[in-house]
Ligand binder design. Structure first.
Ligand code: ADP
Length: 295
């Protein structure tokens, strides 16, 4: 199965060009979508999820026309939006049973079986009788994924699912997603670049509505070998370095600034080579589009 996006464009009525001619093929497995705030990630995900129209272009899931055959897409889609509300005074079990009914599972016995299986899968079975309003952030996200998994979707879209989760909850959530990603397409947007390296077989970077890159995380990092250098400088020197090097990130460390620069050749001048990480790929890719270093 493959999702093929071709020349997709979207401009909002206020004039913002959220997507510009995006062409991208997404294979089975976990696919990471990276980009700064306002890049167009949610616009792209909402369009794939049939929740908004594009101005032009096409989206095909194998031979299913996503933009035209919305009802058919919705039957095989699981979507976990960035912010989703829960009814606070209803239990997880009641809510999932209701969703099962909406998804067309008519038989009460089948419904119960489906709901129980999902509750076990996201590890909420023991909390199934609790009101959703009492759930922690991690539990709510796991509930969100349970509702997104109802009906065994072939395409799952999760928009920044780990915002607000603690590291242990994040791990649990990602383990769950990885399991699901084995035989479906899972599109995941996140701000945590290294998570994409750990989890995703493919990723894309979008910035200002344009697709900047589509690659495999390990190959993209490999390409950066020997091209990332670091140096510790005084805060007052930053302008000199910004003017003379491609500074891709800056971190404050014990009162000094630790720079990472991209350079095809050894810049000398006290810079030391350092092993690249996916964040270097990300920052290098978007550095031409925006000022990354504002101190
Ligand atoms: P991301 O998810 O990468 O943060 P979005 O897709 O939410 O990006 O937004 C892309 C651009 O479109 C931003 O400039 C945003 O302000 C704008 N935008 C998003 N939704 C709307 C909307 N409904 N109406 C007008 N502008 C919007």
């Amino acid at each position: 199965m493959q999702l093929t996006i071709t020349n997709l464009s979207k401009r909002y009525p206020n004039g913002v060009q959220a997507l510009s001619n995006v062409t991208l093929s997404i294979p089975q497995g976990m696919f990471g979508l990276l980009g700064p705030n306002g890049a167009g990630k949610s616009s792209l995900m909402r369009t794939i999820a049939t929740l908004q129209e594009a101005d032009s272009g096409s989206i095909m899931l194998d031979d299913l026309d996503v933009l035209k055959e919305k009802e058919r897409v919705r039957k095989i889609l699981g979507y976990l939006p960035q912010d989703f509300g829960v009814y606070p005074k209803i239990t997880a079990e009641e809510m999932l049973t209701h969703i099962a009914q909406l998804k067309g599972i008519q038989n009460a016995g089948d419904r119960k079986e489906t709901v129980n299986a999902l509750l076990h899968r996201v590890n909420l079975y023991n909390d199934r009788k609790k009101n959703l309003g009492t759930y922690s952030g991690g539990m709510k996200q796991r509930f969100g994924i349970a509702q997104a998994l109802m009906g065994q979707p072939k395409l799952i879209i999760v928009d920044e699912p780990t915002a607000g989760l603690d590291p242990a909850e994040r791990n649990r959530f990602y383990n769950l997603l990885s399991e699901i990603g084995e035989n479906t397409i899972v599109i995941l947007s996140t701000h945590i670049v290294e998570d994409v390296r750990t989890l995703c077989s493919d990723f894309a970077i979008i910035c200002k509505g344009e697709l900047m890159r589509h690659d495999k995380p390990d190959e993209a990092v490999e390409e950066m070998n020997g091209k990332i250098y670091t140096k510790s400088i005084a805060k007052t020197e930053i302008h000199h370095y910004k003017d003379n090097y491609e500074v891709i990130s800056v971190q404050m460390k014990s009162g000094k600034l630790s720079l990472r620069v991209y350079s095809e050749t050894d810049p000398g001048n006290g810079f030391l080579p350092i092993n690249p990480v996916l964040e270097d790929v990300y920052f290098h890719q978007i550095s031409g589009k925006m000022d990354l270093v504002t101190i």
